[in-house]
Design a protein around this ligand. Structure first.
Ligand code: B3K
Ligand code: ZN
Length: 866
């Protein structure tokens, strides 16, 4: 065999949106009967099936790894020849229009390392079905447009599994023979199979209640291991706040008598919105000041809200097919973002959300895995739970909300929920409801759903002193993305204001809807050239190229009344300074330092905003601004600027650090804001090179009465070479040994560190007794974090690439979904120099030709190579 050429891997056929056909058979009712056991669980299913329309096609029930032990139709067992299995699918020819079809299978939850379907986590048995896990539990048309009423009975050993939970309401329970017990749950709301859930185990409950706007009392339960009960209070508060918020903001009330949440340690992603029984990764439930940081608290609030909001945007109104995933995810992310903005600081929330969008979605949109918010095809749908579908999807809803205004947007969502309650619908149905409810034409706006790529907008103001007018030439381009070479101009709402530098005020904020490739805007009444503030509040998910001078940016950083734009101006000032230095110029830090000094001293600003504004842009974001990313140059330049800022403002940082210290832990806004700024100050003090820097960080580490300050100090020390580094890492490990979520932080902090030997440190940590690939949180804490560490991961010798590729290959055998999520960083090879690019490609090729690769990893690796 010729070893010089790599063979294109055989890829499974793509599933295409245009091939969608409505289901041929419906299943209005299903009863499920489980004999639960980790080694061998028996599942008996009884489906009432109905022929949809007039056709003579057989019933097809999806199955994955299932062998039918019995197939019974209308009470009659079928002989083996009366059914067949085709690639896992059970095919049964049926004569009439309605039948009762029963099947029985045996599955082994303890052997399920994919964590899809029914699996064991710790001593629990739990399920994850979205998107296609239900077919690993029983034979069923496992697609979101088949909605069924579920009636579920579970039987299990009472001592090992004293608690039995499923969707809907509990209706019956009892004792069985040999120490078993059983429970029956009925969900009155028809739902697709991906929303099915059950949990069995030894769980304790934080029980509470909520009275809905129509006066119904709902029993709330958060179920965790007994020892974790004290860490569930924040999640419960978040749940009750979410329930109240959805009533007020969207008029949506909860609809069952019980709402349960279960936290599990082994989970592929954040959480899952199963009807009435949300299942969570424990990291998004458990919190106390000793073990959780302020960002952890925020993430819990937002994920609890997100899953709760799905009860309407996802469960009551669901997706017709998986191409419509953003219908529920984009909308629900928008809803949770707005909820968090209402609960805390709207300005800081927007900055954080945009940072995530730029870090994850802009990178995706600019690379080989770019796809539209409503994708056209996939090999493995699990690969499409992406930042594009979620976060860009949310930006689309945000733009529609802006174009409609709050009242008409609410009319649109009311119409959407009322019209489609109980249905499985499309993104198009959502946009239509917005158009009709809001009385607006969104014809061109729809391109946001079908065209991938981040639009680039240039805006050049030109002032004419003779007339006192300014003309702004605006131009958009949408870059080519895989499969989409030519793009039509998008409808982009540009929120802008023109500031008079003399007065420091603007003439009113406006929204200009850019619908063509080019436009010209003319504004009158200026006595001198105004300063343009554009894409205020980041109203459109675009890249703006405004080419503003350092003076203009410094002006906006000090005077803009839109907090996002103020932050943005500051960031742009830093980016320009850093890129200029990377390109060989001197490090021009004076304007930056002045702006930071003024920002710290501005009493009108809250400290969390100041912390955001004065932080340097991440190395990865700087890389995104370069045609060819130079990780070493970026790291060196950023370090120099950090040091310059640290030195020039050292006494200011020391004052801030001291002033932001608090006696006694509190979750109040003041205390949280102070912690955030204190960390930034400590970082600059250490960066200044002050001889007592490490000692100061260690002191913060040691005295902290909360995880936020302790972990911040640890992270700062982990990036240095002090004696305190090893001391703090050792103390941290000893203090939290056995607490999985905190030990994840210990791994993650080291993987993210700016340390010259991070590659070797990660290599050694992989051998640590606490490291395992079977727990997704742990695998992500080490390798997910490492591959996000631009400087370390892209080390010139390619060792970082090789380690991640080895991990992907090993993890794929256990958990393809989690393995596939590690592929995209390798897919960025075009953005690096030829030598690094070749090393990355070689690793992707090695992955792609690995025998028996999952569809998940194969799709990501082969698309990344294309
Ligand atoms: N809907 C789930 C995600 C399921 C991911 C499957 N790979 C959680 C959420 O977005 O709320
Ligand atoms: Zn979601």
């Amino acid at each position: 065999m010729d070893t010089q050429t790599t063979q294109a891997p055989a890829t499974p056929p793509a599933i295409r949106r245009e091939d969608y056909r409505p289901p041929l058979w419906l299943v209005p009712e299903i009863s499920l009967d489980f004999d639960l056991d980790p080694q061998a669980t028996r599942v008996r299913a009884r489906l009432t099936v109905e022929r949809a329309g007039s056709h003579d096609r057989p019933l097809r029930l999806d199955g994955d790894g299932l062998t039918p032990l019995a197939v019974v139709v209308d009470g009659q067992p079928l002989a083996e020849g009366d059914w067949r299995l085709d690639d896992g699918v059970l095919i049964v020819a049926l004569a009439g229009n309605t039948h009762v079809v029963e099947t029985e299978v045996e599955i082994a939850p303890a052997a399920n390392t994919q964590l899809m379907g029914l699996y064991a986590s710790g001593g629990l048995l739990c399920t994850q079905c979205e998107p296609e896990g239900f077919r690993r539990i029983t034979f069923f048309p496992d697609r979101p447009d088949v909605l069924s009423r579920f009636d579920v009975t579970m039987r299990a050993d009472k001592a090992a599994y004293p608690v039995l939970l499923a969707n809907g309401d509990p209706v019956e329970q009892g004792e069985g023979a040999d120490g078993t017990h059983w429970a029956r749950w009925v969900d009155p709301f028809p739902k697709p199979s991906y929303l099915f859930a059950l949990v069995a185990g030894n769980l304790a409950c934080n029980a509470d209640s909520f009275t809905t706007m129509s006066g119904r009392e709902v029993k709330l339960g958060i179920w965790v291991a007994e020892s974790d009960l004290p860490r569930t209070g924040h999640a419960m508060t978040a749940l009750k706040n979410s329930m109240a918020w959805d009533e007020k903001a969207y008029g949506r009330e909860y609809d069952l008598d019980v709402f349960n949440i279960v936290a599990v340690a082994d989970f592929n992603f954040g959480a899952m919105e199963n009807k009435g029984l949300n299942i969570f990764n424990s990291r998004y439930i458990l919190a106390d000041p000793e073990t959780a940081t302020d960002p952890d608290y925020d993430a819990i609030e937002s994920v609890v809200a997100h899953e709760y909001f799905h009860n309407w945007s996802g469960d009551r109104v669901t997706c017709r097919d998986w191409f419509q995933l953003s219908l529920k995810e984009g909308f629900t992310v928008y809803r949770d973002q707005e909820f968090s903005a209402d609960m805390g600081s709207r300005a800081v929330k927007r900055i954080e959300d945009v940072r995530v969008l730029r870090a994850a979605q802009f990178q995706e949109d600019g690379g080989p895995l770019a796809h539209p918010v409503r994708p056209e095809s996939y090999m493995e749908i699990s690969n499409f739970y992406t930042a594009t579908v979620y976060n860009k999807g949310a930006e689309l809803i945000r733009m529609m909300a802006l174009l409609l205004g709050p009242e008409r947007f609410r009319k649109g969502t009311d119409l959407y929920f009322d019209r489609h309650d109980g249905q499985a619908v499309t993104c198009e149905d959502f946009v239509k409801a917005m158009e009709e409810g809001g009385g607006i034409d969104l014809a061109q706006f729809r391109l946001w759903y079908s065209q991938a790529g981040t639009p680039r907008v240039t805006a050049r103001p030109n002032y004419d002193p003779a007339t006192g007018s300014v003309t702004i030439a605006i131009r958009q381009t949408v870059p080519a993305t895989p499969g989409q070479d030519d793009k039509a101009p998008m409808a982009i709402p540009l929120k802008f204001a023109l500031f008079d530098p003399a007065t420091g005020t603007h003439h009113g904020e406006e929204v200009f809807l850019l619908e063509h490739q080019q436009a010209e805007l003319r504004k009158e009444g200026f006595t001198q050239a105004p300063v343009l503030s554009i894409n205020r509040s980041f109203a459109a998910p675009i890249i703006v190229e405004a080419e503003q001078s350092a003076e203009e940016l410094a002006f906006l950083a000090a005077r803009d009344d839109d907090p996002f734009s103020r932050y943005e101006a500051m960031q742009q000032l830093m980016i320009n300074g850093l890129l200029g230095h990377i390109a060989g110029g001197p490090l021009e830090s004076d304007v930056i330092i002045d702006s930071i000094r003024r920002t710290i001293a501005d009493p009108s600003l809250d400290r969390a905003f100041v912390a955001e504004a004065v932080r340097l842009p991440s190395e990865a974001y700087l890389g995104d601004q370069m045609q060819i990313v130079d990780p070493d140059a970026i790291h060196a330049a950023r370090d120099s600027l950090q040091q310059a800022i640290g030195q020039a403002l050292e006494s200011d940082w020391r004052t801030v650090h001291a002033e932001c210290a608090r006696n006694g832990f509190s979750l109040s806004a003041d205390a949280r804001e102070a912690r955030k700024l204190r960390t930034v100050a400590l970082n600059y003090i250490v960066a200044s090179g002050a001889p007592d820097g490490a000692a100061l960080a260690f002191d913060q580490y040691d005295r902290a009465d909360n995880m936020t300050e302790r972990q911040a100090a640890l992270a700062i020390l982990a990036s240095g070479a002090s004696d305190e580094r090893a001391q703090a890492l050792g103390k941290f490990y000893d203090r939290y040994a056995g607490n999985a979520l905190v030990i994840d932080k210990w791994f993650q902090t080291q993987a993210l560190a700016f340390h010259p030997e991070t590659v070797e440190i990660v290599e050694a940590l992989e051998q640590h007794p606490d490291f395992t690939l079977t727990n997704p949180n742990r695998a992500r804490a080490l390798f997910g974090a490492f591959s996000a560490n631009q400087w370390a991961f892209n080390r010139k010798d390619g060792k970082g690439y090789r380690m991640v590729a080895d991990t992907i290959i090993a993890l794929d055998k256990l958990n393809p979904q989690t393995a596939a999520r590690l592929v995209p960083p390798l897919g960025r090879w075009r953005r690096f120099d030829a030598a690094r690019g070749a090393l990355m490609r070689a690793e992707l090729e090695r992955i792609a030709v690995t025998p028996n690769l999952s569809k998940d990893v194969l799709e990501q690796a082969s698309k990344s190579l294309a």
